[in-house]
Design a protein around this ligand. Sequence first.
Ligand code: AMP
Length: 616
Amino acid sequence: MPQRQETLMEPKMNNGNGHGHGCAIVNGCTSDEVIEWFEQVSQKGGSVQKEILSQILKQNHGAEYVKKWLGYHNIQEMDSSALESLFTSVVPISSHADFEPFIQRIADGDTNPLLTQQPITTLSLSSGTTEGRQKFVPFTRHSAQTTLQIFTLAAAYRSRVYPIREGGKILEFIYSSNTFKTKGGLTVGTATTHYYASEEFKIKQEQTKSFTCSPAEVISGGDYKQSTYCHLLLGLFFSDQVEFITSAFVYSIIQAFRSFQELWCEICNDIRSGSLSSRIKLPKMRKAVLEIIGPNPILASKLENICKELELVDWFGLIPKLWPNAKYVYSIMTGSMLPYVTKLRHYANGLPLVSADYGSTESWIGVNVDPSLPPEKVTFTVVPTFSYFEFIPLYRHNKQEDYRSIVADDFIEDKPIPLSQVKAGQEYEIVLTTFTGLYRCRLGDVVEVAGFHNGIPKLNFVCRRKLILTVNIDKNTEKDLQLVVERGSQLLNRAKKAELVDFTSYAHVSNEPGHYVIFWEIDGYAEDSLLEACCTEMDASFADHGYVVSRKTKSIGPLELCIVERGTFKKILDNFIANGAALSQFKTPRCTSNHGMLNILRACALKKFRSTAYNT
Ligand code: AMP
């Protein structure tokens, strides 16, 4: 089959109100044209942003929230620069909590224009795995359209480096959550759930001529274990046709392949006989899968032989062995997903890992325009047509005087600035004004400007902002913890007997002095002396000045490493899913005070070690 540059026949890229803004992509354009569009838009990011803000405000000027702040101004007549100045001087910086009363009224059936002029009929649930609580976020047709747009754009850049075969299949580990109706009749589910159910998801498949292996009944089954089994079964049934393997966050791929190590015999039996394991109980899912598969004893024997060989090498190179035509693995691998990349590399044996784009339930933010970069180096170029973005400069508390008193916040903040004024090397918190009714809303993510693409910032994702370990004057972010755990687990890797499966942490402050507890689930055997060394290494690796000072003065106790039994983090996942989270958006919280999660961790504790760093 000839290779091709993907032909993109997506609908017109517009600004959300269907009118476009002069830099739109037209129907049926090729990947080169899509890239051309983005190259043009990114050269005038500042003016595009002003125009986007103007469109959001003019579209929604009648909504209660907009009237509250801008009601006395004739915004319809204002030019975009004047409107931007007015907006940023009058409308306050807010957080999700400020929108909750409005969203609650919408959920309860209030049909007055509260946040947007157009009625909101659907709400998305954020994953809630980082803040312990799922948030409702308005979802509109625009949300699904921007998802299609960013996928189109990312696919265009990917196809330049890794062209794929037309008519091929994609093995997608994607999962819809269950949806429900609010008192006012609005549909609620995760943003990915709405997207998989949308017209845009179908358009994407039909027009890029790349089809997911699994039918809708598998994606939306509502039971992630049954869905994973069927994704794997169908992925293998079509193994020669699979062009790439993907998921929203890479965690889903890792959990699927870990399950595969247990399930492969059963899956091969199903392929041999064209039957379906009794573990698939959902009638619609059974019917849909059985309609696709048929007996294929030759393929089953071939796969069985490969799996037997793979078992001997601890499943090294599983992906290229089982999917010989796969060109790459594509998924979010940055941020809290980075720790899973080691395992993914083990499965991928050199197959390119393409880190996917940056977004949130609130809005898509940036696209990966350099697909050949490894996940550790990936940046996200802001797409200035998606939302109006502002950036709050953040500074770390690393000056001695900051520690004279206990500092209340994780960073020192400066005034928010527009996209056109950000500086390379500076860290910021992102603030969003969206087409879906959020105005100057803090996202809670810390990013660093790594450089520029035609004047548009390229962002490094640093961490979630509020996820910090703190006992007194110390402040360690999710990223700090990740680096420390990486240092500790390197000792484990060097010993080559065990690997880190997953981790989290907790600030233990109920006893004096307080101390950090890091929980590790490991696969394999490690001697106590090695684990103690890992614990000490991690304690000594925290670079935060407040932590180092407190450890030296013994106002923070020695770090505790708690080893939990195998399967603990699966139980945590199950617990989150039972409480309404969706696998597609699940991120293991790296620092927790969630009682349910701590109860599981404590009940599964096997061994505890205390660091000997700072003993002298
Ligand atoms: P949610 O909307 O709850 O599913 O999660 C959105 C959050 O996931 C963002 O605010 C980020 O913290 C994180 N996230 C999304 N995309 C990326 C990415 N490419 N790299 C790192 N973290 C990401």
